[in-house]
Design a protein around this ligand. Structure first.
Ligand code: SF4
Length: 119
């Protein structure tokens, strides 16, 4: 058993941090399907526009907030799996005697770096 609970819509798992080689800096990227109702990280701050039809591994684009960059990613619709970390704002509770995976700034489960481990 890994995580228990329900999503609070903080949106952090559909937002990533990645390296922009043109600007030589880390940038925040947002899934094209993420609807921001409030500041990400707050409870119920976001919605997924395709929540009912999303699929594991579905290709999605991630964009920087100012639109200057775009990145291909994949939806990890079954997040969080036992091997996933969750952000501090997440409402899922770790429910295992095993060590919980740790979240960090570069951790981006929606960007496909973890999903590539499945396929
Ligand atoms: S498509 Fe997937 S990654 Fe994009 S907002 Fe919806 S749940 Fe998040």
């Amino acid at each position: 058993m890994g995580y228990a609970g329900e999503c609070n819509g903080c949106g952090k798992c559909c937002i990533g941090t990645t390296w922009n080689p043109n600007e030589q800096k880390l940038v925040t990227v947002y899934c094209e399907n993420l609807i921001l109702a409030d500041t990400p990280g707050k409870s119920q701050a976001t919605l997924c526009a395709v929540h009912k039809t999303r699929k594991l591994g579905m290709k999605v684009m991630f964009y920087t907030g100012d639109g200057s960059g775009s990145y291909q990613g994949q939806c990890l619709s079954i997040y969080p799996r036992t091997q996933d970390a969750v952000p501090p704002e997440c409402s899922y509770q770790w429910n295992s005697k095993d060590k919980q995976p740790r979240w960090s700034i570069g951790y981006a489960p929606s960007l496909g770096n973890l999903i590539s481990e499945i396929y």
